[in-house]
Design a binder for this molecule. Sequence first.
Ligand SMILES: Nc1ncnc2c1ncn2[C@@H]1O[C@H](COP(=O)(O)OP(=O)(O)O)[C@@H](O)[C@H]1O
Ligand SMILES: [Mg+2]
Length: 420
Amino acid sequence: MSSVKNNQKITYIQQNNEFDYLESLIKTFPQGESIGILLFGPPGTGKTLLSITLAKHFEAPYYFIDGSPDLDRRDLEGNWELKKGYTEFNYGPLTRAIKDANDNGISFIIINEVNAIRESEQISLNSLLSENHINLISKGFERHELKSESKLIIIGTMNKGVVGINKLQESFGDRFIIAPEITYPKKTKEIEIVSKISGCEKIVAEIVVDAAHQIRKQATEDYSISHLFSTRLIVNFCLLITKMPPNYLDENIKNCIIHKLGDTVEERKSIAMILDGKMFKQKLGAILTGDSPKLQKKSSKKIKESKSYPESLKDDEISVIERMKRAKNDYIKKYGYGQIFRKNGEFMWKFFEWMWNFKREILRNYIKLTENLDFHRIYKSTTGKNHIYRGKITLKYIHWIYKHKNYDLVIFMKRFYPVF
Ligand SMILES: Nc1ncnc2c1ncn2[C@@H]1O[C@H](COP(=O)(O)OP(=O)(O)O)[C@@H](O)[C@H]1O
Ligand SMILES: [Mg+2]
């Protein structure tokens, strides 16, 4: 059980209009009332994230409770603690949330896996949900009541269809006003969610989402796979393969997908077969190491001849660019495409550091082209330093561009003197 305030940074991306709908409901509902919302659906579809994102949207304090069969009424309401020589009452998340709502106008209680709470303890939430107050039995029936100008939002999330956990007690479930179902997103939406949240390239998300949909289909059709391929799992996998060197792709497929979804040898085999049938590893491998036809096209000579370079470029400039491109491809083979750009599209220093260590002359010749955009003059006027030392571009200058002109450098390398 926890009643900590969570500091998650990522926000929920809505599939249809579920976020707007809940926002509108919370806004519309009269003050002085608790609003119970029951979100249900398969695991890893963002139910918890949606609840947190809502609380943040309303700038509301929120309490987070992890439902479990061990959860006791006193964990929710508060309990007496024996200190040195005296006892002190620790107020629980329910009472604290009421106080916060009264102080702030609004507060949230988010109960994860609300159906894992024992039926006898679910009752403790009943009076809060329907009568907007609780009486603390263990503190002489002390009454905590929601003020008439405050709102308390209680969101319970539950994984539907997961066996082995309790049902909601009829009278408890009944007190929630609405029960929206959150299911797996459609393919195009899931690709958007995955690439935004994990920061991977869209084409990587496309391949993984496509395989996940096939495996989900199999799992629901003939129950041959125990666990469902959740959006959470796709996000985690994409994050791993784009951040880790591509030579770990095999391990990541096994550890992050096959072993997590399949419990038995047969199940694992059937997942592996689906992946093989889709050339999963080959396709991802090609993209992560930069061998993909899509990426190669950009660097092939044919394109050079068909004027993909700006016409103003001279032949010797093009040959500097070509050499830089090959060096960049060597880097991608070693570290993967995900180790060049940050999520926000800016360069990582790691890339230039590697170039400096292993392809120094190529990098220097290429960076010299920035003189055409007058970067070196700005460098001189702001730092007082020369960008050239003994006839060669300095590392300080490269670092300065990286630090102060990162975005311009991206444009420079993508458009003016295209390496990507
Ligand atoms: N619609 C979505 N928007 C953003 N992230 C999502 C979405 N759906 C799933 N995710 C990813 O899945 C993770 C798990 O979501 P979570 O809220 O814990 O799922 P649930 O509570 O349904 O089991 C999130 O942290 C996020 O990385
Ligand atoms: Mg959850």
